[in-house]
Design a binder for this molecule. Structure first.
Ligand code: SF4
Ligand code: SF4
Length: 371
């Protein structure tokens, strides 16, 4: 494959696929959260990003965007739970909109929320600010509750399903982010039917183990069980087939829209600002600080610094060279691969799963589609 390739906007909570003209910016508004999900990688301290730090992060993002000639910035408002800081988030996005006008750069924004704190007032505020909403929903009833619960152990499914209905009643259609693990895979077909019947956009993301979740061994992906669950979910998708569903990310970072060389934009067109103003390459590796909000061009540091994640091209992964899926898989999440193998240039530890499901996705995408 030559060096001319394209990216597209990916709606999953990770970085977007690499795009020549969109800079993705993760703003980690708070360490606080009202839930204690089984796979969460945060320490749950009580610290928030101050407005001053947030404004400086937006300034820094625009400095890099201008320096590198980006046409658009996508802000991802995240945490912890960003709706715990809704006033600061609104002020920050208004500030970013002002900077966008000044620099003649397009701006997009999405709030990555657990959904449980959503109210009509917040929905109106998001709509006024043109902010999109992504809600995490991992299953129906106990399949969600077993991995997304409050500190007292009570599950959050009822609150999340009500929030989804509430948003839809105000014509704010949330993107649903589904984290699939060994614990909830059996519930994936039922969830897929629920989402498809509501015509909700969704993405399937695979659980990534981290230091805090390592003791929860049943979250790990058992290949056979996992493949079976995904193939059953694709059967449900087949019975609800339409053009929209087929455009959703149906297998972790695999992008069947356009061939690509990297699974995400980490290390190239992605900035992660933590609540203290440090800059990192990936939200799951925030401890690996590259620079801070005061640098004249933080993105240049992200690109040149060799510490932290090395998001190399799939063309540089020897084990992937003969694989027919390499420009759709792009070698998988580099952080996951490094944690599993100690190297960035190896194939993904999920390789067998990808190979077992991709042909089914490819078949679905070629099926005749009802209008
Ligand atoms: S499916 Fe496996 S071999 Fe193929 S590109 Fe992905 S990680 Fe590499
Ligand atoms: S490195 Fe992995 S976890 Fe980080 S944004 Fe990329 S795909 Fe997601």
């Amino acid at each position: 494959m030559n060096s001319r390739y394209y990216g597209r906007q990916c709606d999953c909570a990770c970085a977007t696929h690499e795009s020549p003209n969109i800079l993705s910016v993760w703003l980690h508004l708070t360490e606080r959260c009202n839930l204690r999900c089984a796979y969460c990688y945060l320490p749950h301290s009580r610290s928030d990003m101050s407005l001053e730090t947030g404004y400086a992060a937006a300034d820094a993002a625009f400095r890099s965007a201008v320096n590198h000639g980006y046409d658009e910035i996508l802000f991802k408002y995240a945490g912890g739970e960003p709706l715990l800081c809704v006033e600061n988030m609104s002020k920050l996005h208004r500030y970013a909109q002002t900077l966008a006008k000044k620099h003649n750069i397009l701006i997009d924004g999405v709030v990555l929320s657990n959904g449980t704190l959503l109210t009509p007032e917040i929905i109106e505020q998001l709509s006024l600010l043109n902010l999109r909403l992504m809600i995490s929903l991992d299953g129906i009833g106990t399949f969600h509750d077993c991995q997304r619960y409050y500190p007292d152990g009570q599950g959050s499914f009822d609150a999340v399903s009500k929030a989804t209905d509430l948003a839809m009643s105000y014509h704010l259609i949330p993107d649903i982010s589904v984290t699939i693990s060994g614990r909830n895979i059996a519930g994936l077909p039922e969830l897929t039917a629920w989402l498809s019947e509501r015509n909700l956009p969704f993405s399937f993301n695979f659980y990534r183990e981290n230091n805090r979740s390592a003791s929860e061994k049943d979250l790990r992906l058992e290949e056979d069980k996992f493949i079976k669950g995904l193939l059953s979910a694709y059967k449900v998708i087949e019975s609800h087939l339409n053009q929209r569903i087929l455009s959703f990310p149906l297998a972790d970072h695999a992008d069947f829209g356009i061939p690509h060389l990297r699974p995400c934009s980490v290390g190239h067109s992605y900035l992660v600002f933590d609540h203290q103003g440090h800059v990192a390459k990936c939200q799951m590796d925030m401890g690996n600080v590259i620079t801070d909000i005061f640098h004249a061009d933080p993105l240049s540091q992200i690109r040149i610094r060799s510490n932290g994640i090395q998001n190399i091209s799939v063309d540089e992964k020897e084990e992937c060279q003969e694989c027919q899926w390499r420009y759709w898989c792009a070698g998988g999440c580099p952080l996951l691969t490094y944690r599993a193998t100690g190297y960035f240039n190896r194939k993904s530890p999920n390789c067998n799963i990808y190979k077992a499901i991709y042909s089914e996705i490819a078949r679905l995408k070629e099926l005749p589609i009802s209008p």
